[in-house]
Design a protein around this ligand. Structure first.
Ligand code: PAF
Length: 279
């Protein structure tokens, strides 16, 4: 069922909670793909009711980012949600979420200064604010996030802990195409040739993991190898970062250990892509 206003969504959630039903929540910006579907499936297994939100959140986009051209297809998204068996789709307008005079934001003082946060100032302030608002409206017991946005997952988990929110944050595995490309709504922007170059991110990650498994733990050597692979593809325009970090606090490592996360971000053509792998 499609819900477009905040008041109705709150009433439905309150009623469900009173009835003792558990609510699983999958926040999205729409243009749904297999990655989102896996989150919905997970939520369906673990909860009585699954709510999906579709909201392209303007506060998490920078001035020169892709807010206006972000892919949207509500009809297709609703069809997918119906097929998967989602109970409610929450689709609020920007005017409702951020009415004139809106001025309250959630600011984290650690973890957001690095990786994507260093290249997208204000991004996590927007993410945390909207996720907080959505949590207050949907009142979930559990919320599901893809580990493709690994930093987002860690930052949201920390917000929930720091603010004593009674919500379990569940991170679900990143989903890849058969050839290794991590699923992302932004893959739609890639031309055929750019898509070839986009494979460089996963190829570099797989190679680093392979080298680590053969005994290489020197982070600078692993990063060097990854950069070499990525630079050999014609449409990789800018490598923003290649980092190997502790999975909990995102602190960069010098010696790689099992469980660490390797993360990359790069522009392929004019599309910014991210990917990661756990050692
Ligand atoms: O990962 C996303 O799609 C967004 O950042 C989220 C969590 C829905 C907040 O707008």
């Amino acid at each position: 069922m499609l819900i477009t206003d905040i008041k109705s969504m709150k009433e439905i959630s309150e009623k469900l909670r009173k009835e003792g039903k558990s609510i699983g929540f999958v926040p999205t910006m729409g243009y749904l793909h297999e990655g989102h579907i896996s989150l919905m499936e997970c939520s369906k297994k673990e909860n009585d009711i699954t709510v999906v939100s579709i909201f392209v959140n303007p506060t998490q986009f920078g001035k020169n980012e892709d807010l206006d051209k972000y892919p949207r297809d509500l009809e297709r998204d609703l069809k997918i949600c119906k097929e998967v068996g989602v109970n409610y789709v929450f689709y609020p307008s920007v005017e409702q979420m951020y009415p004139a005079g809106y001025s309250t934001y959630v600011i984290m003082e650690s973890l957001v200064d690095r990786l994507c946060g260093a290249f997208r100032p204000g991004h996590f302030k927007g993410v945390l604010t909207v996720v907080n608002k959505l949590f207050n409206i949907v009142k979930p017991d559990r919320a599901y996030f893809g580990k493709k946005d690994y930093q987002q997952y860690v930052v949201i988990k920390k917000m929930v802990k720091d603010l004593n929110m009674d919500i379990q944050i569940i991170g679900c595995p990143l989903i890849r195409e058969k050839d290794g490309l991590a699923l992302s709504s932004r893959n739609k922007y890639l031309s055929k040739e750019e898509r070839e170059s986009a494979l460089s991110l996963s190829k570099a990650l797989f190679k680093a993991k392979q080298l680590f498994e053969k005994g290489e733990t020197d982070v600078s050597k692993l990063k060097e190898e990854m950069e070499k692979i990525m630079r050999s593809y014609p449409h990789v325009k800018e490598i923003q970062y290649i980092e190997i970090v502790n999975p909990e606090n995102l602190e960069p490592k010098e010696k790689a250990e099992k469980g660490d996360i390797i993360l990359v971000a790069a522009f392929v053509g004019s599309t910014r892509l991210i990917d990661n792998i756990q050692l």
